[in-house]
Design a protein around this ligand. Sequence first.
Ligand code: 3SK
Length: 508
Amino acid sequence: ELQFPERLNCATELLDRHVAEGRGDRTCIRAPGVTWTYADLQERANRIAHVLVRDMGLAPGNRVLLRAPNNPMLAACWFAVMKAGGVAVATMPLLRAKELNAILEIGQVTHALCDAALAEEMNLAARQQPGLRQLRFFHEDGPEGLEAAMARMPADFRNVETAADDTCILGFTSGTTGVPKATMHFHRDVMAICDCWPKYVLRPAADDVFIGSPPLAFTFGLGGLLLFPLRVGATAVLLEKAGPPLLLEGIREFGATVVFTAPTSYRALAAHGAELRQSPLRKCVSAGEALPAATRALWKEATGIELIDGIGATEMLHIFISHDESNARPGATGKPVPGYRAKVVDDEGREVPPGTIGKLAVQGPTGCRYLADPRQKAYVRDGWNLTGDAYLMDADGYFFYQARTDDMIISSGYNIAAPEVEEALMQHPAVAECAVIGVPDEQRGQIVKAFVVLRPGQARDEAMVKTLQDFVKATVAPYKYPRAVEFVDALPRTQTGKLQRFKLHPSA
Ligand code: 3SK
């Protein structure tokens, strides 16, 4: 059971404590051409906190939009908002003005700090938002820029003594359905995620160097690439662009020991397994989308490292089911992280026996609080968070992902999980990417339909359709094969890379 004092500011715990206890000269943040110690980050965050309060009129509880690729100034701004008692609303770098407007409105955002590199869409959005009172850009020359304002401010700042259950993060999720919701998280939630999964599963040390691809605007990235390294006094490497080639370069250049990225990226990096075996890399975390058993095996074979899989949710802030390297079970996401409880339930919320597919329900120190959204009632029932995932628990208590509950296909009475068919198709050498959905069918209720992106040079013809259908029949139970196959150039994905199957439905 985690205990927190009544007054708690997560910036004091994660950043200032290191300096106060004599660790200020340890390396905290690195990026190409940048090395900041803990004292450097603290000083920058302090000066920005002053700019927020003195120049921009921020009051505790005000919401601050943060907008940048993963870089050191974004980290400093995030801590400045915590110190000043504000609420950080970090946004995905690729968002357009229309999407920013929805966030600014739903979140009732009053202040914004934005990287000048992303000014265009920010300015477009700001013009339509009278509620956005103050906007400052960083990485911008001139007296109006944030850096110039920081230089005029003192290097010390007395953190606002927030309550442990003051909101400090609004995490936006459009999930896989496209309609944005804001989830509210408290200072104590930030500390809880640092003291659950990393402590029991990842077990990092102060000499670890963390690197990865998820944006800090996605709570998977915020935890993995900023909060968790700082909790243990380690180093966080922030890369603005972290597709597989740049991530590999970063792992090399910074001597990374812990990496956070998605299965697609591990598949691409596996080609460099021999080199990675010789590197200090020791812990590799996969989350954000289901980890195919084939990818786990490929990574192990290539690098000798067992992937650490996990499922989390923006609603829960971070990972709640996972496993460490010693208890990985092929196909399983793992067991509830210490501090969390999980069960599989039916439509009425009753726990189902092991081996039965049902809805995943989770409880723990963090949990879903949507900001003024009627979907709260559907997500949290009797204190259990219903994550929207279909899962099965085996007799040993391991949880096996099946699909998003919306992605279970019922065809002629058979339950078919779309990701299982996708995983089978992905094993065929002609397939680069694929997505599977159920489409209405008069005879069968639904049939399985696959959207397939072929590798270059492969023929998009009937012979290929038959080849893929036969391949699936030979790989999984034959009734799961896709009766319809459509070849496409690309698949719809969210900014965090999650497949948006709903966009493939005929009614979309
Ligand atoms: O599994 C996810 O998608 C996730 C979401 C938020 C935070 C952490 C994770 C792993």
